[in-house]
Design a protein around this ligand. Structure first.
Ligand SMILES: *[C@@H]1O[C@H](CO)[C@@H](O)[C@H](O)[C@H]1NC(C)=O
Ligand SMILES: *[C@@H]1O[C@H](CO)[C@@H](O)[C@H](O)[C@H]1NC(C)=O
Ligand SMILES: *[C@@H]1O[C@H](CO)[C@@H](O)[C@H](O)[C@H]1NC(C)=O
Ligand SMILES: *[C@@H]1O[C@H](CO)[C@@H](O)[C@H](O)[C@H]1NC(C)=O
Ligand SMILES: *[C@@H]1O[C@H](CO)[C@@H](O)[C@H](O)[C@H]1NC(C)=O
Ligand SMILES: CC(=O)N[C@H]1CO[C@H](CO)[C@@H](O)[C@@H]1O
Length: 497
């Protein structure tokens, strides 16, 4: 006996249909999730245990971090995926592979003298020798580049646009290598071109150097001296993964997308930044399995956030418009447990910073405010909706977004001290991007409040999108274009690139 493909498909659909109710509730007798029940199921012990585990992934790895391509990061990805796989009836989970090139080392001599330099992520390895040509302005426009850079090495200042654009302009003009010099004091180490290449061979070997070195080479070229550069870089091709899990039940055409990032910077284990966000989301995903949902809930753990939001960008680019339209709201969570915390909500309605998000972002902000005002009765502030984390690519695609954070390298103000305690005049997280970003240095009081805010919004939107304006691609697109223009000019966004 054989069955036609169509018959097999019908059987598969019938089997699927038994387990999945695309119209809603699903899962037999599980009760519909509520904010209160989901919030109460999140506890500090479970968060703490996972933070210690993430830290172990970092410290058991030769590099003592969870940076992309490291054993610590792969262990994190495997752990999260396996946790979700414990609920095969509840979630489908996939790992989305993303090929990347990470920098290994760079050796540079300038006029024969060795100069400290660092390989830059996404740039290929290779050798370039030639005359140094300083690029005026910031190299964000092709008109900054001489038409023929054949056999030359371009020297470009960091900032204002992602370095991937600068290197692509230089390579298109014939440059065989690029040096990027820092726009703040110190070496340009652990830096990335921050933009996935759009075609093969778009980038050339690139190294990062200090601001001081860059300025001294410019002085030489301006004095008319010929500056000869020998650059050798090495890079390693890796495959890293986004993790995407989605409830099998719930309306698959109206999705609440909850996400954080799974990687750390190279300097340390990255337990607040942003292990804390990843863990809060994982715990929410685990606890959600006790309940049924009306709208599908999608959880994502992005890779390569620290290299320029690459995982989230890669994911958004992989979606066609129909798939983008299914995401009614994207919520992003990073740095949930800063030692000197403030409760900060992304300013989606633009009331504090003038940068609004796509339609629906204002309503998301108000839902978080409702949680702080009415449920936990705690103060909160706003932070600029600047696209400086994984929600940036979603904003750019016109998808409504929101989120909360506890603060990174910014300084707590006197006013915030009065609201939240801690210490004024000190960063929210003194360990930001340092080796002290460990499980012991988290603020567990803040973390549980923040995690329950995630549970609150997840449950609220898993029940209903009534508070989010209906989808309207025309209006969403028009709004996105406007806010995108602005957020790419925001000082906070610019300080990241
Ligand atoms: C690049 O420079 C040209 C010439 O100065 C100008 O017309 C153009 O608008 C610039 N493009 C961008 C994207 O700034
Ligand atoms: C740079 O030099 C160091 C020390 O000699 C060497 O270990 C490393 O492999 C070199 N890197 C490249 C890209 O040539
Ligand atoms: C969009 O992508 C989904 C998932 O890959 C696919 O099933 C669907 O056919 C695509 N739709 C269009 C219009 O291309
Ligand atoms: C927001 O816009 C208003 C009116 O244009 C302006 O007065 C205010 O300074 C702006 N605020 C910020 C934080 O940019
Ligand atoms: C969608 O938004 C556009 C622009 O704001 C508006 O003209 C149109 O009437 C809206 N369509 C629906 C169905 O609400
Ligand atoms: C919201 C927030 O603070 N997110 C941080 C997570 O990590 C990245 C990279 O370190 C920071 O740039 C973000 O600010």
């Amino acid at each position: 006996m054989w069955k036609s493909i169509a018959a097999l498909a019908a059987i598969a659909a019938a089997i699927d249909g038994a387990a999945v109710n695309p119209r809603g509730y699903g899962y037999g007798k599980k009760e519909l999730v509520t904010s209160e029940k989901l919030r109460k199921s999140i506890n500090t012990d479970a968060l703490r245990k996972k933070a210690q585990l993430f830290e172990r992934f970092a410290y058991d790895s030769p590099d003592k971090n969870r940076v992309i391509g490291s054993e610590g990061h792969q262990a994190t990805i495997d752990y999260i995926t396996n946790q979700i796989k414990q609920f095969p009836d509840y979630y489908t989970v996939t790992q989305q592979p993303m090929p990347l090139s990470v920098g290994v080392s760079a050796n540079l001599t300038v006029n024969g003298a060795e100069t400290e330099a660092y390989a830059v992520g996404l740039a290929p390895g290779g050798t370039a020798t030639g005359k140094l040509v300083a690029i005026p302005n910031l190299g964000c426009n092709s008109s900054d580049f001489p038409s023929d850079l054949s056999g030359s090495i371009a020297l470009i200042h960091r900032g204002t646009c992602v370095s991937g654009e600068k290197v692509a302009f230089a390579a298109a003009a014939g440059a065989t290598g690029v040096l990027i010099y820092n726009n703040v004091e110190g070496n340009l180490n652990g830096y990335s071109l921050q933009r996935i290449p759009t075609k093969d061979g778009e980038y050339v070997p690139t190294a990062g150097i200090s601001q001081g070195a860059g300025e001294s080479f410019i002085a030489l070229t301006e004095a008319g001296a010929e500056v000869t550069v020998d650059l050798t870089t090495s890079a390693k091709d890796i495959t890293t993964y986004n993790i995407i899990a989605q409830t099998k039940a719930g309306d698959q055409n109206n999705v609440i997308h909850v996400s954080g990032h799974s990687d750390s910077v190279a300097a340390g284990p990255g337990i607040n930044d942003n292990g804390s966000g990843s863990i809060s989301i994982l715990e929410t995903a685990i606890q959600l399995t006790k309940f049924s949902v009306k709208n599908a809930v999608r959880f994502s753990w992005w890779t390569a956030e620290e290299e320029g939001l690459l995982g989230a960008e890669f994911y958004v680019k992989s979606l066609n418009q129909t798939e983008k339209d299914k995401i009614r709201l994207m919520l992003d969570f990073d740095m949930m447990a800063s030692p000197n915390f403030a409760y900060q909500i992304y300013d989606g309605d633009g009331s504090a910073y003038n940068l609004t998000g796509p339609t629906g972002s204002a309503e998301a902000e108000h839902e978080f405010a409702h949680y702080f005002d009415d449920i936990v009765k705690l103060p909160h502030t706003e932070i600029e909706f600047d696209g400086r984390s994984d929600y940036g690519p979603f904003l750019e695609a016109g998808i409504a977004a929101g989120g909360i954070a506890c603060g990174a390298e910014g300084i707590k103000t006197e006013e915030e001290f009065k609201m939240f305690g801690g210490a004024a005049g000190v960063p929210y997280d003194v360990n930001y991007h340092e080796d002290g970003d460990t499980a012991n240095n988290l603020n567990y009081e803040a973390w549980i409040i923040m995690s329950r805010a995630i549970a609150h919004t997840t449950a609220t939107y898993a029940r209903s999108f009534d508070s989010i304006p209906p989808r309207n691609s025309t209006a969403i697109q028009a709004r996105a274009e406007k806010s995108l223009f602005k957020y790419k000019e925001s000082p906070r966004y610019l300080s990241m690139i």
